[in-house]
Design a protein around this ligand. Structure first.
Ligand SMILES: [Zn+2]
Length: 267
């Protein structure tokens, strides 16, 4: 995608956003709070599609409290009229809590995609915790095998808070600098609006368009069980589009850049 074409895309996205001309959402939701045997489903995955799914591209939203990211993703899919969003819906909280007569535990759904991550992330308060860990492992494996393992590109969507994460945390000396290999800081952008990527190609593409971008060092990154760590191990291109809560317009512009990247390399 040439830069001039990209800017046109960016303009069209914003124009549609501002004028509110959004086509009716074609939704194909599969919401599972319970599985077929009536047990609580541990990962409450909803899939929303507009038009045909992409062959090897997955968009995913795992933190149910990050509403700006969800809305942005759904609006972008409506504009594109293709593709699906995998969305974890579980009562609007960041963490997923499983509470039954037998067990009570909770976990951050973006810390469970590796074994080490799960071990640290699962907070078990009551009941058979070993069994809970085993069930979570099976559920995560099923999710990865069904939705993720065949992807060539994963696009994750997140939001952060004014006192939370920003690109500043990733610059040398910052709290998140360890395990990163490059960081690009744009003076034009809100520091809370940044991309977190796992490939040099995505880093070059997005930083070349004046976004804040951090490139994970896939060799030295700490295994915290996040999807970026799992994707890097599988050599799947991963882009997290992360924006400040409420920064809907800028997250939309970020997704326009992701769309340009998808068209350049995957479609
Ligand atoms: Zn998040």
């Amino acid at each position: 995608m040439r830069k001039s074409t990209f800017y046109i895309f960016q303009y069209i996205f914003l124009l549609l956003l501002i004028t509110g001309v959004l086509p009716a959402q074609a939704e194909d939701s599969v919401s599972n709070s319970f599985n077929t045997t009536g047990q609580v489903k541990i990962l409450p995955v909803t899939q929303t599609c507009t038009g045909k799914p992409w062959q090897h591209i997955v968009w995913v939203h795992v933190h149910d409290n990050e509403e700006t990211a969800r809305q942005t993703a759904l609006m972008a899919l409506n504009q594109i009229q293709q593709g699906c969003l995998l969305d974890f819906r579980h009562g609007g909280s960041r963490e997923i809590r499983i509470q039954t007569n037998d067990v009570n535990y909770y976990f951050d759904p973006n810390r469970i995609f590796t074994e080490t991550g799960r071990k640290n992330a699962l907070k078990c308060l009551r009941g058979n915790c070993a069994q809970a860990r085993e069930e979570l492992t099976q559920e995560v494996d099923g999710f990865l095998n069904q939705y993720m393992i065949h992807a060539k590109l994963i696009v994750a969507l997140h939001n952060n808070h004014p006192s939370g994460l920003s690109i500043r945390n990733y610059v040398p000396g910052g709290s998140m600098a360890h395990g990163m290999s490059q960081v690009a800081v744009s003076p034009d952008k809100d520091p809370h609006d940044f991309f977190y990527v796992t490939s040099q190609r995505a880093f070059e593409f997005l930083s070349g368009r004046s976004f804040n971008v951090v490139l994970q060092n896939n060799q030295t990154v700490r295994d915290d069980g996040s999807l970026s760590v799992w994707a890097a191990r599988q050599e799947i291109d991963y882009i997290n589009s992360e924006a400040g809560t409420g920064n809907l317009a800028s997250q939309m512009v970020m997704l326009a850049a992701v769309w340009a990247y998808m068209q350049e390399y995957y479609l």
